[in-house]
Structures are given as structure tokens and as C-alpha cells.
Design a protein around this ligand. Structure first.
Ligand SMILES: *[C@@H]1O[C@H](CO)[C@@H](O)[C@H](O)[C@H]1NC(C)=O
Ligand SMILES: *[C@@H]1O[C@H](CO)[C@@H](O)[C@H](O)[C@H]1NC(C)=O
Length: 166
């Protein structure tokens, strides 16, 4: 890789990295299909909310309403939440034939990933079948399934710029 390309990709990585990890006040859709049917397809219908501890507690309460056993998984480490990057979460769970969708704010850096824990525990405790679970890292990104609009856009612009410039 020549020097210019190296600088170019370094810039790209810093830019995407800064947005992913420096974005403290990310906004997410925060809703439950049990409480609001529009949560199934919230884009343009529901407001997003700014992520903070309170928003994370709200996601926990949505999960608890699907099954009380989710409370332990979604329990928030309040001491660390302020300093950790937050992301948007979407979970789709089939419970005895009913589909429940929850969306909200979640810590970005769980070990292991909360979705792995949610999927494992849902199976193990027979809470329900998790048909989708994902975290994403840009404003309102938890509207659809796994689209990451910001990263995709930056990537496309970067590739385009590269073709034009070099
Ligand atoms: C999960 O899916 C299996 C297989 O389709 C089904 O037998 C089971 O009842 C489901 N569990 C719940 C809690 O809905
Ligand atoms: C989840 O389950 C898989 C397979 O059942 C296992 O390998 C993995 O260690 C589990 N992960 C967690 C975090 O429980």
C-alpha cells in the first residue's frame, strides 16, 4: 500500500472510530410492541430518545414485561454506564406464538455481548425464541434489522472518493 493510501485509510478508520466510540449522546428508538404497536415499524412515527441511564432502565422494563427473568440480564451497571459508550438495541422474541419487539439503549461493550446472553438464556430457561438481536452504533439505527446506515454511507463515500482521487 503506498503512502497516500495509507494516510487515506488511517483517516477513514479514525473518522469511523471517532463516530462509533465518541458518540456519547446517541439517540435510539425506545419502545415495546406490547405497549405501542407502532414499535414494529417506528421509522417516521415514533421519536427517538437520547441514551442515558434512564433510557437503559426503560429498555430493561420493556424486557421485564416480556418475561420477568430478563430483568437480571438487562440489569444496568449504573456506576459504569455514564462512562461507557452506548448503542441501540433491537430484540425480537417469539413467546408461545406471540412476537415481541423491543428497542432501546444499551451498553456497547458488554462481555459477553448482551445479545449472546439473551439468546442463550432465552433458550436455556425456555423464555422464548429470540429471532433477532442486534446492537448498532448510530442515531436511530435500531429501526430496521441490521442496516448500519452511517458506516455504510462513510464506506461508500470513501470508496467513491478513492476512485476519483487516485
Ligand atoms: C420456541 O420454539 C420451539 C420450536 O419451534 C417451540 O417448541 C417452543 O415452544 C418455543 N418456545 C417458546 C417459549 O415460545
Ligand atoms: C452460549 O451458548 C453456547 C452454546 O450453547 C456456548 O458455547 C456459549 O459459551 C454460551 N455463551 C454464554 C455467554 O453463555
Amino acid at each position: 500500500m503506498d503512502r497516500v493510501m495509507l494516510y487515506y485509510w488511517t483517516f477513514f478508520l479514525i473518522l469511523t472510530g471517532a463516530v462509533r466510540y465518541g458518540h456519547c449522546n446517541i439517540k435510539c428508538y425506545s419502545c415495546s410492541s406490547q405497549e405501542d404497536p407502532q414499535c414494529r415499524n417506528p421509522e417516521g412515527k415514533l421519536e427517538t430518545r437520547k441514551c442515558n441511564e434512564e433510557a437503559m432502565m426503560q429498555l430493561k422494563s420493556f424486557a421485564e414485561k416480556i418475561d420477568a427473568r430478563y430483568a437480571a440480564i438487562f440489569d444496568v451497571e449504573l456506576r459504569t454506564a455514564e462512562r461507557l459508550p452506548l448503542s441501540c438495541m433491537k430484540q425480537v422474541t417469539m413467546v408461545r406464538g406471540t412476537e415481541h419487539i423491543i428497542r432501546g439503549c444499551q451498553l456497547n461493550s458488554g462481555h459477553p455481548d448482551i445479545c449472546i446472553v439473551v439468546q442463550n438464556e432465552s433458550n436455556r430457561q425456555n423464555i422464548g425464541n429470540v429471532t433477532h438481536c442486534s446492537l448498532c452504533h448510530s442515531d436511530a439505527c435500531n429501526s430496521a434489522f441490521t442496516i448500519r446506515p452511517f458506516e455504510t454511507t462513510v464506506m461508500l463515500i470513501s470508496l467513491l472518493a478513492q476512485r476519483i482521487m487516485f
